[in-house]
Structure formats: structure tokens, C-alpha cells
Design a protein around this ligand. Structure first.
Ligand code: GAR
Length: 184
């Protein structure tokens, strides 16, 4: 049976776009109402939901609303793609083992919210991209697949970043295919 996926993103949503162009996405969720990813979803005819943590009394209530959406849509797999919040206990309790995340570095190197910037500033000769299961830590869950991306001698931050994103756009679809997500 085909796995039903939802994609969560907070900002631009270029990874969401790549995913939605090749796979059936049940819905997009954004934790920012005015994020560009919401517009991308509308253009791609993917249902979009957006609400913000600050609209709720606490994170548990916010995540309860997310779990309701996931259950309503009978989602099998949640794909975080630039979702810049830590997944809390409420969402994890309902969906642990069914949430994956993409991280723009070669974990366990450079976890956290600024993987590309941190890697760049460290001056290492290679970085990478990682897709992993989400657990209660920050980018600590079991690694599903990762790929190395070199930093070239004449790179600037922008060219390095662009190479990381290209690797992301190749890796996410590969992993979704391997996890049995149906292509369009
Ligand atoms: C991506 O590079 C993704 O790996 C990163 O945010 C970017 C989102 O770009 N995620 C993290 O740093 C999570 N810690 P996008 O919105 O254009 O897909």
C-alpha cells in the first residue's frame, strides 16, 4: 500500500517543491503563515495548513493540533524539510518512528539550526547531507542515508550552500523511494 506523506517546512520550501513534484503529498504544514512554502503548495495544488506556536497556550496544544491533522489525513510518514522547530513530546508520542528529517550537514557533524553556516565557518574540506529518523534529541536520530559534499577551494558560502542544496534535492527523493513512498 502506498505511504501517505505530509511535509513540514518553515521557510522557503525548495525541498518541499522537489518532493511535491515527484511524490503525492497529502498536505504541507508550515509553522509560519506567511512562509513562501505555503505559496509553493498552492501553486502545486497541494493542500496547505499553516498555524503558529504563538497562537496556542503551549507547545503541547500546538502539537496536538498537528497530530489531529496527521490522523485526519491518515498520514504514514512525516517528512521534515526545513521545519525549524524541535519536535516535542506530544508529536513524538504519536508519531515516533514515522518522522524523518533532512539536515544540511554530515551528521553527527554539525547538528543544529545552522548546519551550513557552522560547517562553512569550521573550514572543513567536506560536508554533506543527512536524512535521519527523528527522536527527542537535536539531529540525533538513526541515520537513514547520507552523502558527502565537498567544499571546493574557490567556493564562497553561496556556491557551497548551493551545492549542499543540490545534494538535498537528490537525496530526499531517493530516500522516499526507498521507504516505499509512491511516485506521482
Ligand atoms: C534545508 O537546507 C534543510 O536541510 C535545512 O533547512 C533548509 C530548508 O530549505 N534544515 C535544517 O537546517 C534543519 N535543522 P528549503 O526551505 O528551501 O527546503
Amino acid at each position: 500500500m502506498t505511504k501517505k506523506i505530509a511535509v513540514f517546512a518553515s521557510g522557503s520550501g525548495s525541498n518541499f517543491q522537489v518532493i511535491a513534484e515527484s511524490f503525492e503529498v497529502e498536505f504541507l504544514f508550515s509553522d509560519h503563515r506567511d512562509a513562501y512554502v505555503v505559496e509553493r503548495a498552492q501553486n502545486l495544488n497541494v493542500p496547505a495548513y499553516a498555524f503558529e506556536l504563538k497562537e496556542f497556550d503551549n507547545k503541547a496544544d500546538y502539537e496536538e493540533a498537528i497530530v489531529d491533522l496527521l490522523e485526519e489525513h491518515q498520514i504514514d510518514l512525516v517528512c521534515l524539510a526545513g521545519y525549524m522547530k524541535i519536535v516535542g513530546p506530544t508529536l513524538l508520542a504519536a508519531y515516533e518512528g514515522r518522522i524523518i528529517n533532512i539536515h544540511p550537514a554530515y551528521l553527527p557533524e554539525f547538528p543544529g539550526a545552522h548546519g551550513i553556516q557552522d560547517t562553512w565557518e569550521a573550514g572543513v574540506s567536506q560536508s554533506g547531507v543527512t536524512i535521519h529518523w527523528v527522536d527527542s534529541g537535536v539531529d540525533t536520530g538513526q541515520i537513514i542515508k547520507q552523502v558527502r559534499v565537498p567544499r571546493l577551494p574557490d567556493d564562497c558560502l553561496e556556491s557551497f550552500e548551493a551545492r549542499i542544496h543540490e545534494a538535498e534535492y537528490a537525496l530526499y527523493p531517493q530516500v522516499l523511494k526507498e521507504l516505499g513512498v509512491g511516485r506521482k
